[in-house]
Each structure stands twice: as C-alpha cells, then as structure tokens.
Design a protein around this ligand. Structure first.
Ligand code: COI
Length: 348
C-alpha cells in the first residue's frame, strides 16, 4: 500500500461545534483502481478532487455502490470501528448486484484501519461525535456503452459528524404511491440509484411537513419496508417488530445489532412482515407505543408521528422508551463504555 500523507493537516480550520452532516472531509482518502481484470495497488493520499472522464459509466448508468460506517473515540483517546467486516461483506454483495468486481476484504480492512489511524485526530471524542466513513465503488471506464464497465475505482473518504437530523420531532409519511424497490430489484444493495430515486418523493413529503418516507412494498403498498436511510422498528404492546430483510430491504448492520441487543435484554422481537393496516389498527387502539429508525448515520432515531393517506397519527411520549434504552446499549459498546459480548468493536 502506498501512503502519501499531507504536509499540513486542515483540521485547525474545522469548526467541530457546527458541523453539517457529511460536508467536511478529513485529510486523507483511500483509492484503488481496477483495470485489465484486476485491482491495482491501494493508495492513501491527501483528500482532493478526482479526475473523471465525462463518459465514465457511473455518471451515465449509475453503476455505483457505497457503504456507511463510523469510527468512535473513547475516553482514553482510543479509536474504534464497529463491525467493519460486515461493511465490506455488504459492499461486495452490493457490488455483485451491480456487476462490479469484488474487492479483497483483507485489503479493505487494512486500508481502512491505516486511513483512520492517519486521520485519528478527526475522530472527536464525546457521545454523539464520530467520524463517518464512506467507502464507495464506481464504474470509471470512459465509455457510454450500456454494459458493465471494464474499469472501476474504490475509495474511502471520511467526514466528522455529530447528529444526522437537526429536527427533534421527526414525522414520516407512509408511501401509498411511489416505491423505493421492487422484488428482484436492487433494494437490498446500497446502490447509488436507490437513493437518487427517493429524492423526488422525499422532497414532496418534506413540502407536506415530513422528514422521511416509510416505504411500503412496491407491488401492493400494504406492507412496511424501510425508510431509505434507516431500517424501522415498531413497538406494539411489548413486542418489537421489524420487517425481515428481503430483496427490497437493506440488511442494516445497526438493525441486526439492535435486534441482538433487544434479545439480550429479554425483549420480544418479531422479524416479520407488518401490514400498514395492522399498524393503523394498533395506533387507533393505543397499542402502538413507539416507532424508531436504525442506521449508521441516524443511529437510533425515535419517530414522533406519521401520516397515511391524509390521516395523521401521533406517537405517545414514552418515559420508558425502548428506543432510548437500545440506543444507549449500542452506543455504550461503540464508544467502549461497556463490555462487548458479541465482539463487535475493532480497535484502530
Ligand atoms: C448510513 O446510515 O450510513 C446510510 O447509508 C444513510 C446515508 C444515506 C446517509
């Protein structure tokens, strides 16, 4: 691996108290190119714009996938990653779906660790602060043929973050017209286009006063899927319900960690399809206690209300919120404040 570090860090120019999610980048980035049927030598170099041919396939056909993960700093100034093996496995799974060649898990984890180590000052301590890490792969061949590219690039960039949403009253709209992902589509992959396709319907929802859309199955709009930047959990009575992963739902790493932590606490967790009608029924009978999202960027995000076909539903204020409890269990592990019984933490 070739490593070229910056002569002078830009960190002093950063106002860490006023970060806007994902718009300030650390000093270095990881880059590796694929050509002639193989990946070349990985490099870590100063963060900078890249040169891309205007005909690069990713720009035309969206042959691109990405990941999201975070590095955390504990009270002893040690830096930790959370289940990074799961991110490279999922990146390769997404890559396969988009006909992008696989990248070595070992090289990824080595490169990631070296990059975070170089930029460790960018990981701010304090619960809620982290360095958001964005690995991505895209088709870079200069060619507008609508077929898989013969050249690719994988990169990892890092951005210091605090919270994802500034609003503390998150309302969501349950989709009854637009769809995120059909059966047999790319919904389970972190394909760039899955996100682009949500922007317009989400803009419309924002104009109606919602921050996000709860996507329903594309065929019937009857079953809850995910929210696009997060998986979803519903507490009905004392049972936590989340949709099973499928062709159209992202296999969230935070999602599966939350399921495990809930089980560790002895909570009843059901991984099953949840019909919108069941949700509405539970809301009307006061059995719907909580809804929350889970994801790397949002961590655990309580949802305060939702809209469906013109009707508005408000969630009760919970003193004993399961979302808060599970968020605290999760972040205590991530920030090295509690034992790590499942071996999820990896020291940088
Ligand atoms: C993440 O949680 O890392 C995501 O992928 C959501 C992202 C679109 C901000």
């Amino acid at each position: 691996m070739i490593v070229k570090s910056v002569k002078r860090s830009r960190i002093e120019s950063v106002d860490f108290d006023n970060l806007s999610f994902g718009s300030t980048f650390s000093d270095h980035m990881f880059v590796c190119d694929y050509a002639n049927g193989k990946w070349g030598e990985p490099q870590i170099i100063p963060y900078a714009p890249i040169q891309l041919d205007p005909s690069a396939s990713a720009l035309h056909y969206g042959q691109a996938v990405f990941e999201g993960m975070k590095a955390y700093k504990d009270d002893q100034n040690d830096v930790w990653l959370f289940r990074p093996d799961q991110n490279i496995k999922r990146l390769n799974k997404s890559a396969e779906r988009l006909a992008i060649p696989q990248f070595s898990e070992e090289l990824f984890l080595k490169g990631l660790s070296r990059l975070i180590d170089l930029d460790r000052n960018w990981v701010q301590s304090g619960l809620g602060n982290s360095l958001y890490v964005r690995p991505f792969m895209f088709a870079s061949e200069a060619c507008v043929q609508a077929s898989p590219s013969r050249e690719y690039r994988i990169m990892i960039i890092c951005t210091p973050v605090s919270s994802y949403y500034n609003d503390n009253q998150v309302r969501v709209k349950i989709a009854d017209h637009y769809s995120r992902a059909p059966q047999g589509g790319t919904g389970y992959a972190k394909a760039a286009g899955n996100y682009a396709g949500q922007f317009y319907p989400t803009q419309l929802a924002l104009e109606e006063g919602y921050q996000q859309i709860i996507w329903t199955d594309a065929a019937t709009h009857q079953y809850i899927e995910e929210a696009g930047t997060m998986n979803l959990f519903f507490r009905i009575g004392d049972t936590l319900i989340t949709a099973p992963t499928s062709d159209s739902i992202l296999d969230g790493i935070t999602r599966k960690s939350i399921i495990q932590l809930a089980k560790d606490r002895g909570l009843q967790v059901e991984t099953r399809q949840l019909a919108v009608s069941e949700l509405i029924e539970a809301a009307k009978n006061n059995m719907l206690k909580e809804i929350f999202g889970s994801g790397t960027a949002v961590v655990v995000l309580p949802i305060h209300g939702f809209g469906y076909k013109g009707d508005e539903y408000q969630l009760p204020i919970n003193e004993d919120s399961v979302a808060q409890m599970l968020k605290s269990d999760l972040t205590s592990i991530q920030y090295n404040q509690s034992p790590d019984p499942h071996g999820w933490r990896v020291k940088v």
